[in-house]
Design a protein around this ligand. Structure first.
Ligand SMILES: [Fe+2]
Ligand SMILES: [Fe+2]
Length: 388
């Protein structure tokens, strides 16, 4: 049985790690590969915005779902303190005495192996698989491998893989700016959003992929239309485009569920909805959608508020709240008498557009015999006062 292990901070685990690991599993014919998150790395300090050890482990568990024969192991976290590879390898050897052990490592680590704690023991008991970044590196690594083989009796194999060039530092920076999702599995990205790691702001395309299964097929065109409209309005009025796009993607998140399902889901995430008529389905989905967007999808308070008020409006709305309210009302799929005038005003005078649309919305409810929500009157009254 061949067992590999791959240690690192995995902060977060990304496609650079995972594609290298998959190549190693294939090339070496590993029966199992363990990913082992470091507790405290001996040679470098974890940056301040790092995820906790347990979070790095849980992210790895998510990432492993996409790599057959792989598994995350928390042995270094449980051991605590500085994580030395020799200790980890000993533990694995004790657990799998018959196995051929392979340690996976990157180029930089490989070139300093001799200075590691108990490196002679490692060379005697563990085979080493090193990832080569390119042909030039491959030559350098091959020379070093030959040297280690003759000096220390080490067994080294170079892993040939198409490297995914991304550093964790760069990736964490990208996550803060609504980017970088393409380097992360959906499971890892969801985990990061849910736990709001690394100051993440949701990346619209990745968010859409995660949210799509929540939205009934018949409503997807509406949400896409709302997303496009929200972006255009945000650009026109100088609002935060990323927030507008994400709020639009999330605004009807819970609309496909019945009232009970919505409330049960909110309770599950510790969100209790109060002061709302639970039978008022149209209003309820805005409230529950906001709570779930915050609990599961990393939506900021501003984005949650825009979702919360997207059906009724309220007094003194923020620019983002107005944009989402209007985008929902005038997205390209909407067609009803008067919508063209609201569309025109939305790009020339946003408050006038709101006034007209709120009035139309109240008339519509009245004609259908539906009691309007008080906040809609407040929204209209506030804008009327402001206009005087
Ligand atoms: Fe809605
Ligand atoms: Fe909507």
């Amino acid at each position: 049985m061949k067992i590999g292990f791959f240690g690192g901070t995995f902060n977060p685990p990304h496609s650079g790690h995972m594609s290298a690991a998959a190549a190693a599993i294939k090339q070496l014919g590993l029966d199992k590969l363990f990913f082992i998150p470091t507790a405290v790395p001996p040679h470098k300090k974890l940056p301040d915005d790092s995820a906790a050890g347990i979070q790095r482990y849980e992210m790895l568990k998510e990432a492993c779902k996409d790599i057959p024969n792989s598994e995350a192991l928390d042995i270094e976290l449980r051991r605590g303190g500085e994580s030395y590879t020799a200790d980890t390898a000993r533990e694995l050897k004790a657990q799998y005495p018959e196995a051929e052990l392979w340690m996976l490592c990157g180029e930089d680590m490989f070139l300093t192996l001799e200075q590691w704690y108990r490196s002679d023991w490692i060379f005697k008991n563990v085979n080493i698989a090193v990832f080569a970044r390119n042909d030039f590196a491959e030559k350098k690594l091959a020379r070093h491998a030959a040297q280690l083989a003759s000096d220390k009796g080490a067994s080294v194999e170079l892993i040939k893989s198409e490297p995914v060039v991304i550093s964790s530092t760069k990736l964490r920076e990208m996550l803060k700016n609504g980017a970088g999702g393409e380097y992360l599995s959906d499971g890892v990205y969801s985990y990061i959003l849910k736990n709001r790691l690394y100051g993440v702001r949701p990346q619209p395309d990745k968010l859409w992929k995660l949210v799509e299964p929540w939205i009934k097929e018949k409503r997807r065109d509406h949400v896409s239309g709302c997303r496009a409209e929200a972006v255009k309005l945000a650009v026109r009025w100088g609002a935060d485009v990323l927030d507008a796009e994400n709020a639009a993607i999330l605004h009807d998140l819970t609309k496909g569920m019945d009232s009970n399902e919505q409330l049960i889901l909110c309770e599950k995430y510790g969100k209790i909805i109060r002061n709302i008529d639970k039978d008022d389905f149209n209003v309820l989905h805005a409230f529950t959608g906001a709570e779930i967007a915050g609990a599961l999808f990393g939506a900021s308070d501003e984005v949650c508020s825009a979702i919360r008020w997207h059906t009724t409006g309220k007094a003194d709305m923020t620019l983002l709240e107005k944009i989402i309210w209007l985008a929902d009302y005038i997205e390209p799929g909407r067609s009803f008498p008067g919508v063209e005038e609201v569309r025109r005003l939305a790009y020339t005078d946003i408050d006038e557009a709101m006034k007209l649309a709120l009035g139309m919305s109240l008339d519509n409810l009245k004609n259908r015999g539906i009691k309007p929500y008080g906040a809609t009157f407040d929204a209209l009254a506030f804008l009327a006062d402001k206009g005087e």
